[in-house]
Design a protein around this ligand. Sequence first.
Ligand SMILES: [Zn+2]
Length: 178
Amino acid sequence: MKTKSILTEARQIERAVTLIKLGARLQVLESETDLSYERLLRLYKEVAGKSPSKGQLPFSTDWFMTWQPNIHASLFLNTHEYLNKVAELEEIDTVIKAYQLYLEQTQAQNLEPLLSITRAWRLVKFVDNGMLTMTKCSKCAGSFVTHPHEIAKHFVCGLCNPPARAGKGKASGSLQLH
Ligand SMILES: [Zn+2]
C-alpha cells in the first residue's frame, strides 16, 4: 500500500479542480482529498458551474461486464496498470493520468468515451479489493476486465467475440489491448 504523502492545500485544490473538470462526482473528491465537504461543494459549483448530482454512486461491477463498457474499461485499466508500473505517482494521480490518456485514445478513434472518471475510479477500487481483475484473451492475448474466477484458458474477449447484435458498426473502432 502506498502511503499518502502530505499534500499542500494548493496541491489538493489543484487535484480537486482537475477531477471536477473531468466530470468526477463529489464522492470521488471527498474520498481523494482532505478538503472539507463545504469547501469541495463550493469548489464544485465554481468549477462546474452547477451543483453536484446527489445520491449514492449506483455502480456495481455489472456495468463493466457489458460488451462495449468492458472494452472501454479494459482500455483504461491497461493504461492504468502500465502507469502504475512505470510512473511514481500517487494512486489518484495515476487514475487521473490514465483517464486523460483514455480520453485521448477514444478521441483519436472518434469514439464516445463511455467510461466516466467516476467509473474509472470505481474500477480501480474494484480491482484493488479483488472484485474485478484482468484476464488475457485466449485468442488475441489482450488483457480485459473480468471477474476474478474467469478461466483464462477459455476466455474470449468482446473484441474477438462481439455479441450478434453488435453488427458491423465501428463500435469499438480498431482498439488494440495488447
Ligand atoms: Zn480477444
